[in-house]
Design a protein around this ligand. Sequence first.
Ligand code: ADP
Ligand code: MG
Length: 460
Amino acid sequence: MFDVRNILDVWKNVMAEIEQSIPREQFSTWFTGAELVSVDDGIVTIGVPNVFKMSQLQAKYSSVLKTAFEHNNIDVKKLEYTVVSKEKPKTRSVDEVARPQAVAKVAKVAYNSPLMANGALQTGLNPRYTLDNFVIGGNNELAVSVARNIIDNPGISYNPFFLYGGPGLGKTHLVQAIGNALLQRDSSKKVLYTPISSFYSDFIKSLQNKKGDEFRQKFRKLDMLIVDDFQMIINKDASQQEFFDIFNDLYQLNKHIIVTSDRLPSQIKTVDERLASRLTWAGAYDLQLPSFEDRCAILKSKAEYKGVEIEDEAIEYIADNIKTNIRALEGELEHILAVADFKNMTPLEVINEGYVNTSNVQRNKTVSAKQVIEKVAKFYQLTPKEMCSKSRVSHIKNARQVAMYILSKDLAMSTPKIALEVGVKDHTTVMHGIRKIEGDLKLNFTLRDQIAAIKEKLYA
Ligand code: ADP
Ligand code: MG
């Protein structure tokens, strides 16, 4: 297990080094989606999402890559590139990376984690993630307001802050932004960001070096501990116990603990029940799928940030085609901008010429009103006819309002059109229904989960 993590860590280190050494925009344009496929007898194979990126990496970045690998004790005889299909998730699972030959070759690489670097505590935070560049929308406003509250009163309310949501919806960005904001306010605060997997490898390392006590002491000194991707927690073993102990120590000292996960603790099989329940003592907050408007706003903000011009129509095209993942949304924007730059075209011309990265674009891209109505009705165990009736029975009315809400937010349908679809008299009823759901969503977690589940089925 430890060796497998090493190969992941090598890649992390290589990426971190290159990120520091070339302009930020270049890094995000060319290295997004790249991954380490194998290291075999000096032959390092890097997977890239498309041929275009491959040719650019090969031509421009081979030498920085080589150097960075060498800094990680890997002597590169040859760099090879291969296009990897993005059907599978970008982050490769531990099993996929665990090719025996790859592991064997890197087993001796020194482990260099943010926690242990030079024996001093590093924050592990990436300054790129701030609240200023986190676009607020209906999908995240509640979580953002909690985040602001924590920055104002760390250790007091919303402790622990448990943030969950699907991949690429902004968990890492938001929790790192909290850490960065806290440090900006008061640089004497001790903040540490760590993915749970690094927590584990650091813990194992500290045991191997007989420095378990020191490890624990380091954590006790923190003002804020941010643990990312908690769903990767491994079985109930010594390291989970260690995490639990540290959690309790910090909690008792009124230090803030922030944990992200792709699902609720109760849905993670490997987690101890007591730990699971403590994590959500102060509630569980989620990041929802962004609506069409949210997606457009994010794309506009990213383009503005990069200082590039992009047609509204191009923004809408991207927002319309990528619905469930902000990372993929950004990736597509970057791809289109890179091609535009390379081919000397405008982004809309790139789209019209068909140079889009189809692996980002989700199938079933246009969902019809009929599909929305069917899925919502089915979810609430109604027939579409029952749901779109005049019935005022509350659960039927609620289902109808959810359908109105999705038709408005995701399909951008007008209220008179929605009225026709769901069989209500006039558009003011629709407006009222949408507002009702919007209001309920702020407080009603069950409703949030229901709508997220419906959308997942809709766009699957
Ligand atoms: P997660 O940790 O949930 O998988 P990330 O935090 O890594 O997701 O977000 C994926 C990408 O989307 C990041 O580049 C992040 O900056 C961006 N992103 C997510 N949400 C927003 C937002 N509301 N505004 C701006 N960028 C966002
Ligand atoms: Mg993340």
